[in-house]
Design a binder for this molecule. Structure first.
Ligand code: SAH
Ligand code: SF4
Length: 358
C-alpha cells in the first residue's frame, strides 16, 4: 500500500463507508465486537486527547489494526481557523463526506484554563428562524454521535484545554440539537463517561428553539444536560412569524414544558432573547417576557443577545441605548439579565452566523 505511513483517519472515505465511528462505541460495545485487550483502556486512549501522540490516539499496533477493520478512525478535520480579536477562534470542520460545520473555541478571558466550545448538532438547520444565518441554509443532514463528539476531540487536540474538567460545552452552533436527539444524547453519554472526557452533565448546555416534543424526551434522559431556550419574541403572533416552531408549540405550551422539566438543585435554565430592532424591543415586550417567565425570573439566567447582522436577514441590531434600556426594563421587573455580546463577531463566528456553503 502506498499510503502505508498515512494515519487511518487521513484516508479517503469509500472504504470506511458503513463502519461506525470508533468514537461512537462504549467500552462494552468495543468488547462485544471483539476488542483484543482491554476495551476500557482502548476507550480511554481514544477519548482522552491529552494522552494522544501527534494529534492521534496512542493505540498499540495490534489494537489499531483491529480497530481499522471494524470502525472508522477519522475525526472531523480542522479545515479553517479564524482567530477573533476577542480571543475566541472560529473553526470550520470538515466531515468525512466533505460537508463542513462550524465550532467556536472561547477561552475564559483571564488566566483561567477553562474553555467553552460552541458546537454543532446538524449540518444546517430545518427550523427556519428568519433572523438566523444557519436557518437560511436549510438542513443538509444530522451529525452522527461520533461526529458530535469528534468536534470536541478535534478542538481539544489542537487548541486545548488539556483536561475534560476544564471544558464547558454549549450546543449553540449549527442546528437544532433536539431535532437530532438520539445522536445528541449518545454523544452526551459518551462525553460524560468517566473513562473518557468525564464531563459533568451540568457543564453541557443544549440550546433549543422550543421543540417541545424533544424537551419532554430529554427531560427524562440521564445524564440530563442543562437547557437553554431561545425565546426571541413575546406574543404568539410575532414568534410564529420569526420562529416557525411556535406554530406547533406556542409560548404557553413551551412554558408548561419547563414546569414539567422541574429543574433540580444546581440546574438553571438559560433564556436567550435575540434583540431585533423595531421587532421585539419595546417596554411592552419586556413586560410580556417577564410575565411569561413568571417564577423562572429568579434563579435562572436571561441573556439578551443583540442581533448579529448578516446578509441572509433584514433584521438589525438595536442601538446601544435601546439594548441597555431593555435590560433595565427587565431588571425593574425582577429578572436576572445579562447582555451577551456575542464573541467572534468580527469573524462571523457569533450566534446565528455559523453558515457555511459546502
Ligand atoms: N438551534 C438552537 C441552537 C443554535 S442557535 C437554538 O435555536 O437555540 C444558538 C442561538 O443563536 C439561539 O439562541 C438563537 O436564537 C441565536 N441566534 C440565531 N441567529 C442569531 C443572530 N442573527 N444574532 C444573534 N443571535 C442569533
Ligand atoms: Fe435553527 Fe437555532 Fe437558527 Fe432557529 S436559531 S434556524 S433553530 S439554528
Amino acid at each position: 500500500m502506498t499510503d502505508h505511513h498515512a494515519m487511518p483517519w487521513d484516508r479517503p472515505a469509500p472504504e470506511r463507508e458503513g463502519l461506525p465511528s470508533a468514537w461512537s462505541l462504549f467500552p462494552e460495545e468495543l468488547a462485544a465486537i471483539g476488542c483484543p485487550g482491554s476495551a476500557l483502556e482502548t476507550f480511554r486512549r481514544l477519548h482522552r486527547p491529552w494522552t494522544w501522540k501527534g494529534g492521534a490516539p496512542d493505540l498499540g499496533s495490534g489494537i489499531r489494526r483491529w480497530l481499522e477493520g471494524v470502525a472508522d478512525l477519522r475525526l472531523p478535520r480542522l479545515a479553517e481557523r479564524q482567530p477573533s480579536s476577542d480571543g475566541s477562534t472560529k473553526l470550520a470542520l470538515e466531515l468525512a463526506d466533505g460537508r463542513r460545520i462550524e465550532a467556536v473555541h472561547m477561552p475564559r478571558r483571564v488566566r483561567n484554563p477553562r474553555v467553552t466550545y460552541c458546537i454543532s448538532s446538524q449540518v444546517g438547520c430545518a427550523m427556519g428562524c428568519t433572523f438566523c444565518a444557519t436557518g437560511s441554509m436549510g438542513i443538509l443532514r444530522n451529525l452522527q454521535p461520533g461526529e458530535i463528539l469528534g468536534q470536541v476531540l478535534a478542538l481539544m487536540a489542537d487548541l486545548g484545554p488539556d483536561r475534560g474538567h476544564e471544558l464547558t460545552l454549549v450546543f449553540m452552533g449549527m442546528g437544532e440539537p433536539l431535532h437530532n436527539l438520539d445522536h445528541l444524547h449518545r454523544a452526551i453519554r459518551l462525553m460524560c463517561h468517566p473513562a473518557g472526557l468525564g464531563l459533568g452533565k451540568n457543564r453541557i448546555t443544549v440550546s433549543t428553539s422550543g421543540l417541545v416534543s424533544g424537551i419532554e424526551k430529554l427531560s427524562k434522559l440521564e445524564p440530563r444536560p442543562l437547557l437553554a431556550l431561545s425565546l426571541n419574541a413575546t406574543t404568539d403572533e410575532a414568534r410564529s412569524r420569526t420562529m416557525p416552531v411556535n406554530r406547533v408549540w406556542n409560548l404557553a405550551r413551551l412554558r408548561r414544558a419547563l414546569d414539567d422539566w422541574a429543574p433540580r438543585r444546581g440546574e438553571k435554565f438559560c433564556f436567550e432573547y435575540v434583540l431585533l430592532a423595531g421587532e421585539n424591543d419595546t417596554e411592552a415586550d419586556a413586560q410580556r417576557l417577564a410575565d411569561w417567565l413568571g417564577d423562572l425570573r429568579r434563579g435562572h439566567n436571561l441573556n439578551l443577545i443583540p442581533m448579529n447582522e448578516h446578509a441572509a436577514s433584514a433584521f438589525r441590531e438595536p442601538g446601544e441605548d435601546r439594548v441597555q434600556q431593555f435590560s433595565e426594563w427587565l431588571k425593574a421587573r425582577g429578572c436576572f439579565v445579562t447582555v451577551r455580546r456575542s464573541r467572534g463577531r468580527d469573524v462571523q463566528g457569533a450566534c446565528g452566523q455559523l453558515v457555511k456553503e459546502s
